[in-house]
Design a protein around this ligand. Structure first.
Ligand SMILES: Cc1cc2nc3c(=O)[nH]c(=O)nc-3n(C[C@H](O)[C@H](O)[C@H](O)COP(=O)(O)OP(=O)(O)OC[C@H]3O[C@@H](n4cnc5c(N)ncnc54)[C@H](O)[C@@H]3O)c2cc1C
Ligand code: SF4
Length: 322
């Protein structure tokens, strides 16, 4: 690891000033430090935001929805009895993520902003397109874990399990930087790398992710999450599926179907969502939606298996919702 200067700001504005001066923000460090040890990231300065009070904690206020500070450790959300009752999809998405140690150190902001897990990206010997090179090694190389939909120059997949779950609940993120504050749907934080955009998130290097909010009107949704993985623990999703809907009189309204592990961003299966609108969530509807969700899939040479896997996982997750 290359030497770096270390600062521990106490306030958001101190952290933003450090980031504006070129420091890289670090929360739990479980992803960033790995990238540094592997020679993929080499920041000269680190701003360790772990001590900033306003970024800690979460709260559920009736009428105002759920607010989750960026620094909340994943385990705190996973183990909350209150959250398990009011929005169980959060526990469902976090329990199979990483390991208990990583969920204890890892934070909500860091989870959403973690870099992708493409093995060529993580290996400093491969100067791939996303790292400023000219080619994507995965397209012709080993593409078992890569995208089947929505990719352009880079076929790496969005790795976060929490992101699809929160997007299925219409979550919004608040960012702050030298130009002030902005909010956006969590889904818009993610971008499929393309053209000059050689990154996975739209957050600027001098911005902080401050908090995630789930609006009150989304809290009444029913939700379900399923994850397929190579091992039962310490494994990223080969495919994950988060679904939510309002089910009124047995009929689906405003369905959300969001897939992880299949695209460079958490992937909204909008055609499948439309198909469910106004229908009863019976076996035929679950199957039809699952088929529609994967209709546009274009697997690479090694990851054709993800198409039936994702289709079946969508079907099962919808059945769990029912
Ligand atoms: C072996 C292993 C297995 C894993 N398995 C899974 C899995 O199955 N599912 C899953 O979802 N995740 C998995 N992870 C990822 C893990 O959840 C993340 O590493 C963790 O959540 C990152 O949080 P952190 O606070 O440590 O982030 P950090 O490493 O501190 O930061 C990650 C990135 O986010 C930026 N950042 C962090 N916080 C902020 C902020 N508030 N504002 C602006 N930028 C910020 C940092 O600059 C950095 O680029 C795994 C990780 C490992 C190492
Ligand atoms: S998929 Fe993306 S990260 Fe992986 S080698 Fe290709 S360009 Fe690089």
């Amino acid at each position: 690891m290359k030497p770096f200067a270390y600062a521990r700001p106490k306030t958001v504005s101190e952290a933003v000033a450090l980031a504006r001066g070129g420091a890289t923000v670090m929360a739990g460090g479980t992803d960033l430090l790995g990238l540094m040890k592997d020679g993929i990231a080499a920041p000269e300065r680190i701003a360790d935001i772990g001590g900033i009070e306003p970024l800690q904690g979460w709260s559920r206020t009736k009428g105002k929805g759920l607010r989750i500070g960026a620094l909340v450790p994943l385990v705190e959300l996973e183990t909350s009895v209150e959250l398990a009752r009011s929005i169980p999809i959060i526990h469902a998405s976090l329990a199979p993520a990483a390991t208990l140690q990583l969920r204890t150190m890892g934070t909500v902001g860091g989870n959403l902003l973690q870099r992708n897990r493409c093995w060529y990206f993580r290996d400093e010997a491969y100067p791939c397109w996303l790292k400023g090179g000219v080619r994507c090694f995965a397209i012709e190389g080993d593409s078992r874990m890569h995208a089947i939909v929505g990719a352009e120059e880079c076929v790496a997949v969005a790795p976060s399990d929490l992101a699809p779950a929160l997007i299925a609940y219409d979550a919004v993120v608040a960012l702050t930087g030298p130009r002030g504050q902005r909010t956006m749907p969590l889904a818009d934080l993610f971008v499929a790398p393309h053209g000059r955009v050689r990154r996975e998130h739209v957050i600027a290097p001098d911005e902080l992710l401050v908090e995630v909010r789930v609006p009150e009107n989304a809290m009444s949704r029913r939700g379900a999450f399923e994850k397929a993985m190579e091992r039962k623990t310490w494994s990223f999703a080969t495919v994950s599926v988060a679904v939510s809907a309002k089910v009124i009189g047995g009929v689906v309204k405003d369905a959300r179907i969001v897939l992880g592990g299949v695209a460079p961003v958490p992937w909204r299966a909008r055609d499948a969502e439309k198909l469910l609108e106004g229908r009863a969530l019976d076996d035929a509807a679950c199957q039809a939606a699952a088929d529609a969700a994967l209709e546009r899939a274009e697997p690479l040479k090694d990851n054709g298996y993800k198409v039936p896997l994702a289709r079946e996982l969508v079907r099962r997750t919808l059945q769990r919702l029912a």
